[in-house]
Write a protein that binds this ligand. Structure first.
Ligand SMILES: Cc1cc2nc3c(=O)[nH]c(=O)nc-3n(C[C@H](O)[C@H](O)[C@H](O)COP(=O)(O)OP(=O)(O)OC[C@H]3O[C@@H](n4cnc5c(N)ncnc54)[C@H](O)[C@@H]3O)c2cc1C
Length: 640
């Protein structure tokens, strides 16, 4: 399966997949099920198949900034856009983690595996994409999953409530409830036990039974993509493992693709025909040829860049870069949407009673925990499970008024907007009016916030709050004609003031949660934002200093009608091409809200945890990407 450059160069394959990441490996595995077709995957990074820093559970963030495993894209510095009244400089030059190597970002994510609200998925279809609805999505998402239920006794004690029929039973990605829990998150049968979920319930976010059927609005314990028998990460490489031994699948690593090559003749209906791709290896340039299709799965940051380097994009931008335009498609690299988070940490009163990852900062504890991990025990089995989601008006006394004012403003400015953004905003307004959960809180048994650093010997809980339905839109474009240069990422965080207002109200809710019984009873003090942040003005300033992206970049190759800002059609074909598709998170045209999970435990020190995490972040959309890519594979095969 792993092939050398010499074995593939100048050869032709039916399908060439650019990027062996989350979506790319799903598509490669499904297409190669048919022995009569040949499939080639070209991955920029390494194979990484036995890399413990990827496969071991609980090593969140270990690969942040790793030169081989993380692209660590930087946002534009200084930001390209300035917005009146908003200081955006604080986001300039901040890194965005993205996995490199086989498995892509599924090999560095925090492995929460849950589902978004059904309305968010149905919105994709309503934007002009027939067949991209909840029913189909959940069918494909379940196809990717094998859920391993907890032991009955554990499920009873922890009150882990799930519906087995909401989960897959024989997909490549194994999911489970984390084998070790913090002791303060779940509902627990023993009602006297401290419970985050009960505090969330006391604030109106009532526990929901198994949020994976598209109705997550309240609080619950999330599952994660880990194999509980081995305590190893279950990630896109599990798809590759299923395809091992297939002679029709070749995978070449360390082979970054520079551009798509086009045939001299157009198709009968006048479309550009991709004839293959150009890639490099050890500094030399090579070509491979495509009999049928080129499929871009290089992720939301690199896929638009590769299109632009191939002459597909905004002609003005391409001409400035000296790239001849083959298809003038101005939407490439536009409509960028990001989830933004801010985190509050609370010091625990009785540290010995609870499990957190903080002690791993001590090298002696680390050694001991590594030994325990070898016996399938200890802190590395912890995960981040407690989740709460709600609409702004349920979280904040100001929420209804802020939402109403925002809706009025958006409606009043409608005529000034592009038809594509207008269609997205109409759906976003509907979500606000219907109270669809757009805000999310994730609990983490460790320290992970800014600016006050953790104190040695103490234990913390962190609540991460995330804004899932942003109104701001950014851009990602090639910065030069050189494929080695990283693209320019200008995310426009908080360009729309409502995003900032949302975040500030969320932070107020987090602080309230830290004081609400029963959780509030075990908290000694709020460490961040901290007592010095009191007024609304100080809160805004703290949010601006500490909030960041959770690395769920989407939208750069949006699946939308072409006149509404589309780059790909509902069959995922790039407009104007006969045989180029995009299959990765870049096609998501309107962001989805799903429980997001985060924490980061480099094996070295807990201080690094917070530094790496707060600059690189966390996030989740892998569950969505698996389902989307499964559906894409059936589209490409002609099954649907
Ligand atoms: C830190 C972090 C934590 C996260 N936590 C979670 C979580 O807990 N749960 C969850 O569900 N999701 C999480 N996510 C999000 C989720 O993992 C991603 O959204 C998803 O994996 C993206 O899949 P993709 O296929 O779009 O891209 P990727 O998986 O990033 O795949 C792109 C691949 O293309 C390769 N590539 C790029 N350029 C080229 C080129 N020129 N030539 C060849 N190959 C190229 C890359 O190296 C990579 O392998 C997290 C993300 C991050 C960054």
């Amino acid at each position: 399966m792993l092939a050398s450059v010499e074995n593939v160069t100048e050869r032709s394959f039916d399908y060439i997949i650019v990027g062996g990441g989350t979506a790319g490996l799903v598509v490669a595995s499904r297409l190669s099920e048919d022995p009569s077709v040949s499939v080639l995957v070209l991955e920029a990074g390494r194979a990484n198949l036995d890399d413990e820093s990827i496969t071991m559970s609980g090593t969140f963030g270990k690969n942040f900034f790793h030169p081989e495993n993380d692209w660590a894209f930087m946002t534009a510095s200084p930001p390209l856009t300035e917005f009146a009244g908003l200081e955006l400089n604080f986001y300039a030059g901040s890194p965005k983690a993205h996995g490199k190597g086989l498995g892509g970002t599924s090999g560095m994510n925090f492995y929460v595996f849950t589902q978004p609200p059904a309305e968010d998925i149905n919105a994709i279809e309503r934007l002009g994409n027939p067949g991209w609805n909840w029913d189909r999505y959940i069918h494909y998402s379940r196809k990717s999953e094998t859920f391993i239920p907890p032991d009955e006794s554990v499920a009873k004690t922890e009150r882990l409530e799930y519906d087995a029929e909401n989960h897959g039973t024989d997909g490549p990605i194994t999911t489970c409830y984390a084998p070790m829990t913090s002791g303060w998150e779940g509902l627990y049968q023993d009602a006297s036990q401290i419970s985050l979920l009960r505090s969330l319930g006391n604030l109106g976010l009532k526990p929901v039974k198994d949020a994976t059927k598209g109705d997550g609005n309240g609080s619950w314990m999330a599952t994660c993509s880990v194999d509980p028998h081995t305590n190893r990460r279950a990630y896109a490489v599990s798809y590759l493992n299923q395809a091992r031994g297939r002679r029709n699948l070749s995978v070449v690593v360390r082979a970054p693709v520079s551009r798509i090559l086009s045939a001299p003749e157009k198709s009968a209906d006048g479309k550009l025909v991709a004839s293959g791709v150009e890639f490099t290896h050890d500094g030399k340039s090579y070509r491979v040829l495509a009999n049928r299709e080129v499929i871009l799965s290089a992720g939301a940051i690199k896929s638009p860049q590769i299109l632009e380097l191939s002459g597909i994009g905004n002609k003005d931008l391409l001409s400035k870069l000296g790239i001849p335009t083959k298809i003038d498609l101005p939407s490439v690299g536009e409509n960028v949407q990001e989830h933004i988070f801010a985190a509050a940490s609370f010091e625990l009163k009785d540290p010995e009673k609870y499990n957190t990852l903080d002690p791993i900062a001590d090298p002696e504890v680390l050694k001991e925990q590594l030994k325990l991990y070898a016996e399938h025990k200890g802190l590395f089995l912890l995960s981040f499970l407690g989740i709460g989601t709600a609409s702004l008006d349920r979280l904040s006394p100001n929420g209804a008024a802020l939402s109403a004012a925002h809706i009025d403003k958006v409606k009043a400015q409608g005529a000034l907007r592009s038809p594509g953004l207008q269609a997205q905003y109409e759906l976003q307004i509907e979500k606000l009016e219907k109270g669809i959960a757009s805000m999310e809180l994730v609990s983490m048994p460790t320290f992970l916030s800014r600016p006050n650093p953790p104190e040695a010997g103490k234990k913390y809980i962190t609540i991460v709050s995330i804004m899932n339905h942003p109104w701001s839109r950014g851009t990602i474009h090639a910065a030069s004609a050189d494929p080695q240069s990283p693209p320019t990422v200008d995310p426009h965080y908080f360009e729309d003031e409502f995003d900032l207002q949302n975040m500030v109200e969320l932070v107020k809710f987090m602080r309230k949660l830290g004081k609400t019984a029963p959780l509030g009873d075990i908290i000694a003090r709020e460490h961040n934002p901290g007592a010095e942040v009191e007024t609304d003005e100080q809160l805004v300033s703290w949010v601006k200093k500490t909030a960041n992206s959770i690395a769920h970049t989407s939208g750069t190759c949006s699946m939308l009608p072409q006149d509404k800002g589309g780059v790909v059609d509902p069959r995922l074909k790039v407009y104007g091409t006969a045989n180029v598709r995009v299959v990765d998170l870049s096609i998501l045209p309107l962001h989805i809200g799903a429980p997001t999970q985060s924490a980061c435990v480099p094996l070295s020190s807990a201080i690094k945890i917070s530094e790496a995490m707060l600059t690189c972040n966390c996030g989740e959309r892998a569950a969505y990407v698996y389902g989307m890519a499964e559906q894409a594979a059936d589209i490409i095969k002609g099954v649907i």
